[in-house]
Write a protein that binds this ligand. Structure first.
Ligand code: SF4
Ligand code: SF4
Length: 191
């Protein structure tokens, strides 16, 4: 078999990206990453990867704990597009998601023409969000005016009645939204 070369499927990757952008109705970015994942595989559990058929909260079969992705050179396009906040240089070295047991990333929600930033904190292990460091990060995000969404993993990673492994709780910065805006924001963010 000929050796794998990443450039071989660059065209297929671009095609996938364009199709995904159409489906999501927004541009996808290739983030500048200033760190490397090393042995971390935290997002291989916290995030759904349709190309390998895993749901959020279910560890991918190709994740080698403490070592990284066992098919890194041929990993799915979805995996190549993803970069958590830590990988993009945010937080301390010790906040690496497999050590903190929380993966942080963000998304945008449009509310009455304004773009609101939502910071998502996904538990890798149940209870991880209750750590003092995660509470400290949450408070800092709220003070900066971001909406924070805590993703709590079900104990024993059980599947919940709705078919998911996570429940979500939103925290909103003080004094920034009216009650009507809060209701609309939460409804929009959950879509
Ligand atoms: S959680 Fe971040 S650092 Fe860990 S594997 Fe995913 S992208 Fe890399
Ligand atoms: S294929 Fe690799 S990078 Fe993608 S979720 Fe699985 S272990 Fe992680």
């Amino acid at each position: 078999m000929a050796p794998y070369k990443e450039q071989d499927d660059q065209a297929a990757f671009e095609e996938f990206k364009i199709a995904l952008e159409r489906r999501m109705g927004r541009k996808l970015y290739r983030w500048a990453t200033v760190r490397s994942c090393g042995g971390c595989t935290a997002c291989c559990k916290t995030h759904q990867v349709t190309e390998v058929g895993t749901d959020a909260g279910e560890l991918c079969q190709f994740a080698a704990i403490g070592e990284g992705c066992s098919i890194y050179a041929k990993r799915p396009f979805e995996c190549r597009l993803y970069a958590c906040w830590w990988l993009r240089g945010k937080g301390e070295e010790s906040d690496r998601p497999d050590r903190l047991k929380v993966v942080m990333d963000d998304r945008e929600v449009t509310l009455n023409g304004w773009v609101i930033g939502v910071v998502d904190l996904h538990e890798v292990e149940p209870g991880a969000i209750n750590q003092p460091r995660v509470r400290q990060l949450t408070d800092a995000f709220l003070q900066q005016g971001a909406v924070v969404c805590h993703w709590f993993l079900a104990p024993d990673e059980a599947i919940l009645p709705g078919g998911e492994r996570y429940t979500r709780a939103y925290l909103l910065p003080e004094g920034l939204f009216t009650q009507a805006e809060k209701d609309l924001l939460l409804a929009t963010a959950e879509k």
